[in-house]
Design a protein around this ligand. Structure first.
Ligand SMILES: Cc1cc2nc3c(=O)[nH]c(=O)nc-3n(C[C@H](O)[C@H](O)[C@H](O)COP(=O)(O)OP(=O)(O)OC[C@H]3O[C@@H](n4cnc5c(N)ncnc54)[C@H](O)[C@@H]3O)c2cc1C
Ligand code: FES
Length: 410
């Protein structure tokens, strides 16, 4: 190769490296400063931004994250290979899965939190296998989680809605963060933690991870490596029933449950932002306890992975939730049914199902939008603000309760 040729090659390589660097920097900037749904600024193929409806993703890789092989990560790449819109760490994806039951295929909808920091080429979710409830082995195990674990393999195609959700880390603040996870509630915390260590390396982070024993711990090598390498990251694995081989100080830091007493003993004084995600029992006890401890509501963020009725101490600034025992007439216009709400049901979805009115549902937690229904007349109240952005003139049945007589388009 002649000298001019060599120079031309070096120049071309430098130019390529520079443009790749600018592309990645712009994509990261987009993730920080624009809404999750904004189109990517730079892409080798045009990005489709926050796509409407369902988009096909191919499963690139599956990896178990815990010693019991009950929590499996799925890495997803868009089939169209366009750059992915960024998301806010803590948000989730919604999946539509064709499930075969007794020879019939029906679509079910479930949400799964993004379990890694944003990258332009793939998403990751981590799914826990859900067995039948304790003491009822004859009931079927969880439909979606069993489908993912037993049937979804590398190369399979999944239908996915764009990232969404209101549970995400406050990226503008440098206030120390307290992440509290129970079991599989660790998934949004890993996303927040990794994003924070990358983008806000000076911010103090405490992660409290509640488990029964360390056999249930997901992401153990990653968490231990991050705790060793980042002096401002403090890991508190808390086991309620440590296993025979679990050693305090090596496998876990505290025994018992993650509760306010533990936080009082281990957190330094000062303001913190709290992010909590865990099983129903943990959410229903910890959230009111944090408020009673004095955590201001604007510093408290939480998400339940399923139906949870978190009873907050009364906040005079928040609108009063509809009274459960008020009687209202509910008209289902398409089914031609007129029924009486008497407060017996937790929400309008349970009410409709109990009376045999056919309505769609997915997450049953206000996240996926499957139960969104036209509200032709009346007002619906929500004890907790749903994650799904409700379209004008509609309501969510799964977390909504009537605040007046209603006419629903169902
Ligand atoms: C915003 C959000 C984010 C989430 N993120 C994650 C995540 O990151 N990782 C994760 O693993 N999960 C996550 N979840 C939970 C997830 O969406 C599913 O709810 C979970 O996987 C269980 O769904 P499934 O279809 O497997 O179980 P389902 O089929 O919904 O069953 C749930 C339970 O009911 C039992 N059951 C079945 N039939 C009956 C019956 N007749 N009577 C009584 N019980 C019965 C099943 O055995 C099972 O125990 C998230 C949920 C939300 C809302
Ligand atoms: S069922 Fe998912 S929002 Fe109601």
């Amino acid at each position: 190769m002649t000298a001019p040729h060599l120079l031309a090659w070096i120049f071309a390589a430098l130019l390529l490296q520079l443009s790749a660097g600018i592309g990645v920097a712009l994509w990261r900037r987009q993730g920080r400063s624009q809404p999750a749904n904004a189109p990517a600024a730079v892409s080798p193929k045009p990005s489709s931004g926050a796509w409407p409806g369902w988009r096909d993703f191919r499963v690139k890789q599956r990896t178990f994250e815990d010693p019991a092989n009950s929590q499996c990560s799925f890495y997803l790449e868009p089939v169209d290979q366009a750059v992915l819109p960024s998301f806010k760490p803590g948000q989730f994806l919604t999946f539509q899965l064709p499930i075969n039951e007794a020879g019939e295929t029906r679509n079910i909808v479930r949400c799964y939190s993004l379990s890694d920091r944003p990258t332009p080429t793939s998403y990751r979710v981590t799914i826990k296998r859900v067995p039948p409830p304790a003491g009822q082995p004859s009931l079927p195990s969880g439909l979606s989680s069993t489908h993912f674990h037993d049937r979804i393999r590398e190369g399979d195609i999944l239908q996915v809605k764009a990232p969404s959700g209101h549970f995400y880390i406050d990226s503008d603040s440098q206030t120390p963060v307290v992440l509290i996870a129970g079991g599989i509630g660790i998934t949004p915390m890993i996303s927040m933690l990794r994003w924070c260590l990358d983008e806000q390396p000076g911010r103090t982070i405490h992660l409290y991870y509640g488990l029964r024993h360390s056999n249930e711990q997901a992401f153990k090598p990653l968490l231990e490596q991050l705790a060793q390498s980042a002096p401002n990251f403090h890991l508190h694995v808390t086991c309620s029933r440590p296993g025979e081989n679990d050693v305090q100080g090596r496998d876990f830091q505290h025994t018992g449950h993650v509760n306010v007493e533990l936080l009082q003993q281990t957190l330094p004084h000062g303001q913190h932002q709290f992010y909590v995600c865990g099983p129903t029992a943990m959410m229903e006890s910890l959230i009111p306890a944090l408020i009673n401890w004095g955590v201001p509501r604007h510093d408290l963020h939480y998400e339940a992975f399923g139906p949870a009725s978190i009873k907050l101490p009364h906040d005079p600034s928040s609108p009063t939730a509809p009274s459960a025992d008020t009687a209202f007439t509910i008209q289902f216009s398409r089914s031609g049914r007129t029924l009486e709400w008497n407060g017996q049901d937790e929400n309008l979805l349970e009410f409709a199902e109990r009376h045999g009115v056919s309505v769609d549902s997915g997450c049953r937690a206000g996240s996926c939008g499957s139960c969104e229904t036209g509200l032709l007349n009346g007002d619906v109240g929500y004890p907790q603000t749903p994650d799904h952005d409700i379209a004008p003139g509609h309501c969510l049945l799964c977390t909504g309760k009537p605040a007046s007589a209603l006419t629903l388009d169902a």
